[in-house]
Ligand binder design. Sequence first.
Ligand code: FES
Length: 173
Amino acid sequence: MSGPMSSLPKTGPLSDAAYARFAREVAKYPADQKQSAVMACLSIAQQEQGWVSPESEAAIAAYLDMAPIAVREVTTFYNMYNQQPVGQFKLNVCTNLPCQLRNGQAALEHLCQKLGIEPGGTTPDGLFTVQPCECLGACADAPVLLVNDRQMVSFMHNDRLDDLVDTLKAQAQ
Ligand code: FES
């Protein structure tokens, strides 16, 4: 059984609600393995702030009694963690080799050209971030992309990319 959660340090920009969720994640593991909750805590921070800031990483490191560099390694290893603020719709276009051979790079370039941004960039209205990503496990469906780390869309040739952008704009809040 782990010790009282209130004894874990609260620092940085995250809300009490985020820390309450951290505590629930930490409670899933033995007291000496609370670092196992790091991925969940990073996801909670990102849900609250839209990205994982250096301040959030430091707060999570303190909370889980981890070296800040160890938290940083997790943030930078996984594509789903945003290392800078992103738009309302994050479009991760696969540009690994199998997709490259089937217009993955062309899809990335088409989106960037249409939205007037560079790969990795965000539109000035804050709606779209477009970035290349690693294999999404759907190579046969290329070009493929992932919307907001959750929704995979396949066979994204230029007309379908245009439709996707229009659909997402209509959904924008
Ligand atoms: S290489 Fe693009 S989904 Fe696998």
